[in-house]
Design a protein around this ligand. Structure first.
Ligand code: SF4
Length: 404
C-alpha cells in the first residue's frame, strides 16, 4: 500500500505559484496554503466564484495530506431515530411528518429503542448516533432515562446524541438553562454531539428554510457549553439550495470563530441538499463537481478543524471515494441501514449499509489508508496492512498444476 505524503503535492503548489494562468488572488491563496496561513472571508468567496476544481483539489489535498497523509477514517456505528414526526416544518426536510399526519410516521417508545440497542449486543459497534424529529413526549426526563439505560446495558457504547435543535426545545420546555440542561445530559451519559441542525446560519436563509427552530447563536452556544464541559462535537452545513456562496462562507466563518475559542469541534461535514419529497423540490441539486469544489473549499477554509467528512449514504460511494482527493479524510460509518434521513430525500444509497470489509476496500481502492476510529478519533484498527481472513494474496507468481 502506497503512503501518500505531503512531498507528493508540494511541487504542484510550487507549479501553481509560477503558473501564467493563475491570477494574483489565487496565487496569494496558494502561498497562504503553502505557509499554513488562514484565508479570509473575501478569499473564501473568491474561491467559490473563481477557482477551478483542479486548482481547489491540489490545495485541499495538500492540506489533507499535511494533516493526515493518506489516512482515511471510518467507524462502526448505528443510528437510532426515535421519531420522524416533528413540530417544525423545515422546507428542505424530506424526513419529517407533520404532527397532523403523525400516523404516517413512527414514534418509538423507550422499550423499542432499548430493544434496538440490544440488537447490536454481539456486534463490534462503538457508537450509537441518536437523532430525530422534535416532539413533546421526547423531553429532558425521557432522554435522561434513555441515556442512563443505554449506559447501564452497555457502558462502553459511545452516545452521540441530539442536536441543539432538540436541546433548545426540550430545555425551554423544562424551563431550564442551556448550562443546566447540558450538564444533566452529560451526567446521564451523553458523550458527544453530532453536527446536525446547523443548516445555514445566516438569518437571510435560515429564516426561510428552518424558521422557528434554534437560531445560529443558540446552536453555537449549546456546542460551546458542551465543549466547556469537556466533550467534543461535530458541525454540518446544508448547502446547495437557496443560499449564496457568501452564506456558505459566513457559516464556516462562525464555526471557525467558535473553534478558535473552544477547540471542541472535531469534524466539519458538508451536507448536500437533496430535493425529493420536500418543499424545495423545484430547486435543482448541486452537481458532483460543485460537491467536490465545496469539500475542497471547506478543507481550505476550516484550517482549525482536524477532519472533513463526506457522509457516504448521502453522496453515494463513488463520490465519497473521489472526495478523498478533495480534502476529505473521513467517510463516516458502517451505519447498517439504520438511518432514513437521506434515503427519504432521494439520496443514491437507498439501503445504506456497508460491512467493515466493504468500507475498507472502498478506501483502499483509491490508494488511501483505512483506519477504523472511535467517535473521538482514537485508532481502533489500522487496516493498512490488514488482510481479511479469506482474502486472496498476490504472491507474484501463478502456481502451475503439478503434472506427474
Ligand atoms: S429538519 Fe429536523 S427539525 Fe426540521 S422538520 Fe426535519 S426533523 Fe424537524
Amino acid at each position: 500500500m502506497n503512503t501518500i505524503t505531503e512531498t507528493s503535492t508540494a511541487p504542484s503548489l510550487d507549479l501553481l505559484l509560477h503558473s501564467p494562468n493563475l491570477d494574483a488572488t489565487l496565487k496569494s491563496i496558494t502561498q497562504k496554503v503553502l505557509d499554513n496561513e488562514r484565508i479570509t472571508f473575501d478569499e473564501g468567496v473568491y474561491l467559490y466564484e473563481n477557482a477551478e476544481l483542479s486548482y481547489l483539489g491540489i490545495l485541499a489535498n495538500h492540506i489533507r495530506e499535511r494533516k493526515h497523509g493518506g489516512k482515511t477514517y471510518f467507524n462502526r456505528n448505528f443510528h437510532l431515530e426515535p421519531t420522524n414526526v416533528c413540530l417544525y416544518t423545515c422546507t428542505f426536510c424530506s424526513y419529517s411528518r407533520l404532527i397532523k399526519k403523525r400516523e404516517e410516521g413512527w414514534e418509538y417508545t423507550m422499550d423499542d429503542m432499548l430493544d434496538m440497542v440490544k440488537k447490536y449486543d454481539n456486534e463490534p459497534v462503538t457508537e450509537v448516533h441518536i437523532v430525530g424529529g422534535v416532539l413533546p413526549q421526547y423531553d429532558v426526563p425521557f432522554y435522561e432515562e434513555l441515556f442512563k439505560k443505554i449506559k447501564a446495558h452497555r457502558p462502553e457504547l459511545h452516545i452521540k446524541a441530539l442536536t441543539p435543535v432538540e436541546y433548545h426545545y426540550i430545555f425551554k420546555k423544562a424551563k431550564i438553562s442551556y448550562e443546566e440542561g447540558m450538564k444533566r445530559m452529560v451526567e446521564a451519559g451523553l458523550d458527544s454531539m453530532p453536527g446536525g441542525g446547523a443548516e445555514i446560519f445566516h438569518p437571510e436563509i435560515r429564516d426561510q428554510i428552518a424558521g422557528g427552530k434554534c437560531d445560529a447563536d443558540q446552536w453555537l452556544r449549546i456546542h460551546e457549553i458542551l465543549h466547556e464541559l469537556g466533550h467534543r462535537s461535530n458541525a454540518t452545513m446544508l448547502y446547495g439550495h437557496i443560499e449564496e456562496f457568501k452564506h456558505r462562507v459566513d457559516h464556516m466563518e462562525r464555526l471557525r470563530e467558535l473553534q478558535d475559542k473552544t477547540g471542541g469541534f472535531q469534524t466539519f461535514i458538508p451536507l448536500k441538499f437533496r430535493n425529493k419529497n420536500n418543499q424545495l423540490s423545484h430547486v435543482p441539486e448541486s452537481t458532483t463537481v460543485e460537491d467536490l469544489r465545496n469539500y475542497a473549499i471547506a478543507r481550505i477554509y476550516m484550517d482549525n478543524f482536524d477532519h472533513i467528512k463526506a457522509y457516504w449514504p448521502m453522496i453515494g460511494r463513488e463520490t465519497a471515494q473521489m472526495s478523498l482527493a478533495f480534502g476529505v479524510n473521513d467517510i463516516d460509518g458502517t451505519i447498517d441501514d439504520t438511518t432514513k434521513i437521506y434515503t427519504m430525500a432521494g439520496s443514491e444509497e437507498q439501503s445504506p449499509a456497508l460491512s467493515t470489509r466493504e468500507l475498507v476496500n472502498l478506501i483502499r481502492s483509491v490508494n488511501r489508508e483505512a483506519i477504523e476510529r472511535d467517535t473521538i478519533y482514537n485508532v481502533i484498527q489500522d487496516y493498512t496492512e490488514y488482510q481479511f481472513p479469506d482474502e486472496e494474496v498476490y504472491k507474484g507468481y501463478v502456481a502451475l498444476p503439478v503434472v506427474n
